[in-house]
Design a protein around this ligand. Structure first.
Ligand SMILES: NC(=O)c1ccc[n+]([C@@H]2O[C@H](COP(=O)([O-])OP(=O)(O)OC[C@H]3O[C@@H](n4cnc5c(N)ncnc54)[C@H](OP(=O)(O)O)[C@@H]3O)[C@@H](O)[C@H]2O)c1
Length: 278
């Protein structure tokens, strides 16, 4: 019998990308799902496509930016089947702009969606997990949760904050029967950049080339589920870009040099110079 058979799993960001793929794979493993995101229509489509018992998930639309509404969403999620075993804090939004061009409202928006939203759901569920003496909280971070690269400041800030919060919380709940897994995806083949925003809130709207040829989402989610089953505290999944985690750990100075001298940056500056001389 699968580890996830009949387990009740609440997945945020279930309407696309990694969250959507999680719905299909957890469903195939016999889990019962509560699926959340803002777009109810997309959630219903995912629900209808579940490999086991299509249409059986509880569709629970929510907007992580509306923090005051989240405690009620937690109660609604618990009351669905009277139990929750896993909370998967996967929903997130990316930004693509320089810090100086990013309005503070956008920094706050990203902080709410990518950090406070997860924290609010976690705080809502914690007393309940404590009383049942079990529960597993999964958090989807990013390489941007470990170091910073240009144009990702507003995204890197909440991802870094997730590590601080969940590392601390994990040390508070030892022996409680509650587990926390922080997953660090590399570049995974989803449309995250198409859903990203620019510094003034405009939609970025295009899937970057690196994401078109990136690590397949099906393979990534399969590995994530394996790590969740093993209750890994921190787990990287993705392609060779994961080497940056090791460089950052053993020589942060070297990683900073690599980021500042990225070949693409050099090509762009060369092109600029050519335009100037033409
Ligand atoms: N793809 C990658 O390479 C990569 C790398 C590192 C980390 N990650 C992380 O993986 C997670 C999933 O990303 P993805 O690649 O699957 O991107 P995605 O396809 O854009 O999925 C993002 C999900 O988050 C939901 N969401 C966005 N804003 C929300 C809000 N205000 N309230 C509730 N839900 C919201 C979206 O649904 P609605 O629009 O319907 O609300 C969607 O279901 C994110 O946390 C992301 O930071 C991805």
């Amino acid at each position: 019998m699968s580890h996830f058979q009949n387990k009740i799993i609440w997945i945020t960001g279930a309407s696309s990308g990694i969250g959507e793929e999680m719905c299909y794979q957890f469903s195939a493993l016999g889990a019962k799902l509560i699926i959340s995101a803002r777009n109810e229509g997309k959630l219903k489509r995912v629900n209808a496509q579940l490999p086991r018992n299509p249409g059986s998930a509880k569709v629970l639309p929510l907007d992580l930016e509306k923090l005051s509404e989240l405690p009620d969403k937690v109660h609604e999620a618990i009351s669905y089947l009277g139990k929750i075993d896993f909370l998967i804090n996967n929903a997130g939004m990316a930004v693509r702009d320089f810090a100086k061009n990013t309005e503070l409202e956008i920094d706050q928006k990203l902080m709410n969606i990518n950090y406070f939203g997860s924290v609010a759901l976690t705080k809502g569920l914690l007393p309940y997990f404590e009383s049942q003496k079990s529960g597993h909280i999964v958090v989807i971070s990013s390489l941007s949760g470990k170091y910073g690269v240009p144009k990702l400041a507003a995204y890197a800030a909440p991802k870094h904050a997730l590590h601080g919060f969940y590392d601390s919380l994990r040390n508070e709940i030892v022996d409680s029967g509650i587990y926390i897994s922080v997953i660090i995806p590399g570049i995974i083949q989803t449309e995250i950049t198409a859903h990203a925003v620019l510094g003034k809130g405009e939609n970025y709207g295009k899937v970057e080339t690196a994401f078109l040829k990136a690590y397949p989402v099906e393979k990534a989610v399969k590995k994530m589920i394996g790590a969740i089953q093993k209750r890994s505290e921190e787990y990287y999944v993705g392609g060779s870009e994961g080497i940056t985690l090791w460089i950052n750990r053993f020589s942060p100075w070297l990683l900073r040099r690599i980021i500042r001298n990225h070949p693409l940056k050099k090509i762009r500056s060369f092109k600029k110079k050519m335009k100037f001389w033409n």
